[in-house]
Design a protein around this ligand. Sequence first.
Ligand code: SF4
Length: 477
Amino acid sequence: MWGERTFQAFREAARQALSDGQIQQALRGATGRFREERVHALQDLPDADGLRDRLKAIRAATLARLAEHLTTFERNATAAGARVHWARDGAEAIAIILALAKERQVRTVAKSKSMTAEEINLNPALEAEGIRTVETDLGEWIVQLAQEHPTHIIAPAIHKTREQVAALFSEVAGEPLPPDNIPALTATARRLLRDVFLTADMGITGVNIAVAETGSIVLVTNEGNGRMVTTLPRVHVAIMGVEKVVPTWEEAAVWLQLLARSATGQPLSIYTSILTGPARAEDPDGPEEMHIIILDNGRSRLVGTEYEEVLQCIRCGACLNVCPVYRKVGGQTYGSPYSGPIGAVVTPLLFGLDRYFALPHASTLCGACLEVCPVRIDLPRMLLSLRRDVAERGLLPARDRKLEQGIAWLMRHPRLYRWVMRGVRLLQRPFVREGRLHLPAPLHFAAGRDVPALAPRSFMELWRATEQQHADGSPSM
Ligand code: SF4
């Protein structure tokens, strides 16, 4: 469930995920597949690294003139017949959508996958007003039926087994569905959701990219639901974060070349839809009205700060798939729509460090996220800065504060530090097997993970030995 993540809350949620064998298996399988596919997809590009540098430059340059590009986008989207709304926060965005729905007597909303809608908790707000709201992305629909939240930016239901999905679908279909017949399960979903598409008065989507020069929005999906949601209901509402804009199609093309490759390893997703205004007189289908909500929700206050870089994120999910913490604890543990390394940075920045101060610590700082990020976002740097902010604001629990103060003190006394480490190396001996530490259960920090043992000789000792050998004229090690 969404909610604050103190150290205790994070540890408790992590413990639950670690003890759930099914979640562990699902995470291993899904993240492993995405990782491999991404590597192959980038190998097919003639200059993947060059393209990543270009995307980084594009995102940085666009953020430097964000207001100008958003204004151009608004002007051109309006000229194309769309109506653009500005929302300072989630409450304003919800108020705009509810007003639109009430004025048009909307009874059913068909939704396509949107992290921004998750971020503002849109579904409960619509349901509270008696508006039936149905997720139509298969994974999102599964978690909606299970009354849960998505656990991965691009694969919301990776934690669900086919047995669990079959049970959920059987209940809504009113007939038993066998878990081993996947085509029958998807056919059931298609049949039930088709009715939603045909009866919905309003379709709500997110926005992957907004192109200022034509006022168009781009939707990247792997299921046909995005097209149904944007063409069948008479009103289409798209919600976009302010950072999703690019000046021209040239920049959008670079973004598109890297998005699906980094996310799922596809050269492009199955559907890339470009929408410019509502249906025109000559169009065979499409909505009568198109509304675009440009949502800030704390983003613009990051511009010009040491955290601005996080706004360059294109929400591909690649950093989740390589993160040793996410791969063990899964998305539910983060208590936020955004999980993994990007979630550990963006969640406290958007929703408050005082509510999510455990998340910047949910990282080994191994740097794998930076290595795979198509925009080369330096998440480890920002995680460290957020840890500093947590300490400066006095948010660390007393036990952790004392432990960190003790380590800091020790590191400022190198001679003592070396003696202590020698002692630890001796003490660890009974617990080392094949280079890994296997600590007894009461040492909670070792539960659920395999800790490498301290090397027999420290870097300093090796360095000194090498220097000595050079000085003696003997061959180096
Ligand atoms: S931080 Fe990078 S890797 Fe992670 S979701 Fe954003 S763009 Fe993808």
